[in-house]
Design a protein around this ligand. Structure first.
Ligand code: SF4
Length: 371
């Protein structure tokens, strides 16, 4: 059979305590999970569940929903029960919604202590309720809403201020013997964010939820998140990730999964190795690569497909792949593991690749089944 695409973790993972967000383990060597947040009004149960279903289909493992009003809090029990993936309630300002979310059966609750007045006084009750229900708490510190005391002490949201804020809040829970915690310290500047997480990683064993906050529109946000998460995950830091984009949440999931695959932290399913094109190209490589990607998306078997604009490097590069095409003279040479198996007219390249991919996938499945 064909070789499986190997998973090569980029680094030893930092040793962290494990928590359970519903059925999803976070920390303690569990695979890095990908999460997102709904953009619907949480009180609109139908729309929220619909978006959660779309996120689930895209590979989202944990979903967060905002809970700014009583109507949103009232919707939590149904959403938590009907969602296929664990639901985390995101609470700012109002401690009463923390209790509502725990009662509602949410898989976890995110609190932002900087945004909850008299939070410190409430910790004892929150810790008790969370412990009674087995609900973990994410302490989510955000540069934009840093605790006033720390802002005064450091002057601005420095890495030290972010880490200290999170550890201070965690220590309040620890006083009540509550350690079912994960932490995030988000900043919109990847350099500050990376340093804050490094400090945090060195000073506690809580699992860490990575995020660059307000990362921006899709292109900029993707790059900021990829660079920041890459820097941290390549040092073994990070247990769950959320890419924040000013774009539909399904896009966040796609980017998150790609980041983990690029770092060898998750098995790559479909990998398109396409050339950048150049003056030698005899086909529209961008269009071809996109069509092939769309045609093969969702394949369950790992597959590496080379799309080459000409025959100069085509055969060589295609040899490394399960499947490939090199174009020339209005035709496409179709390669399976470096051997030309067919030559087809340009208009048939995509469908032929899909056919061959199906054949290879079947073969791989058979090989897998027979051990
Ligand atoms: Fe240029 Fe051909 Fe290489 Fe593509 S495969 S970059 S067209 S030389």
């Amino acid at each position: 059979g064909l070789p499986e695409v190997p998973v090569r973790p980029i680094a030893e993972r930092r040793v962290s305590r494990r928590i359970q967000v519903g059925p999803v383990a976070v920390g303690g060597g569990a695979p890095v999970s990908v999460q997102s947040m709904t953009t619907t009004r949480t009180s609109d149960i139908g729309a929220t569940l619909q978006q959660i279903a779309e996120l689930t289909a895209a590979g989202c493992q944990i979903v967060r929903v905002a809970c700014p009003t009583q109507d949103d809090a009232d919707a939590l029990p149904v959403i938590a029960r009907k969602s296929q993936i664990p639901v985390v309630a995101d609470i700012h300002f109002q401690p009463k919604y923390v209790f509502a979310a725990i009662e509602a059966g949410c898989a976890a609750v995110r609190v932002n202590p900087g945004n909850i007045k008299q939070f410190d006084d409430k910790v004892k009750e929150i810790a008790k309720a969370a412990k009674d229900h087995g609900t973990p708490i994410r302490i989510g510190v955000n540069a934009g809403s840093l605790d006033r005391r720390l802002l005064q002490k450091y002057g601005r949201a420095t890495p030290e201020a972010l880490a200290e804020s999170a550890l201070w809040e965690a220590s309040l829970f620890e006083e009540h013997d509550f350690r079912d915690i994960k932490i995030s310290v988000k900043h919109n500047d990847p350099v500050v964010m990376v340093e804050a997480y490094r400090q945090l990683a060195a000073r506690c064993d809580y699992p860490l939820h990575l995020g660059v906050t307000e990362a921006g529109p899709a292109f900029q946000g993707t790059i900021k998140s990829a660079v920041a998460f890459g820097a941290l995950l390549s040092q073994g830091i990070g247990d769950t990730i959320r890419v924040s984009l000013s774009a539909p949440p399904v896009e966040e999931i796609k980017v998150g999964i790609q980041i983990l695959q690029s770092l060898g932290l998750r098995e790559r399913r479909l990998e398109i190795v396409s050339c950048p094109s150049c003056g030698r190209a005899q086909v529209d490589v961008y269009k071809l690569a996109e069509e092939v990607t769309a045609g093969l998306e969702g394949m369950e078997v790992p597959l590496r497909v080379a799309v080459m604009g000409c025959v100069v490097n085509g055969p060589g590069e295609a040899r490394e792949a399960d499947l490939g095409v090199a174009s020339g003279n209005g035709k496409g040479q179709i390669f399976v593991r470096g051997e030309v198996v067919r030559t087809v007219p340009e208009s048939k390249i995509v469908e032929t690749l899909i056919e061959e991919a199906m054949r290879i996938a079947e073969q791989k499945e058979k090989d897998g089944a027979s051990g």
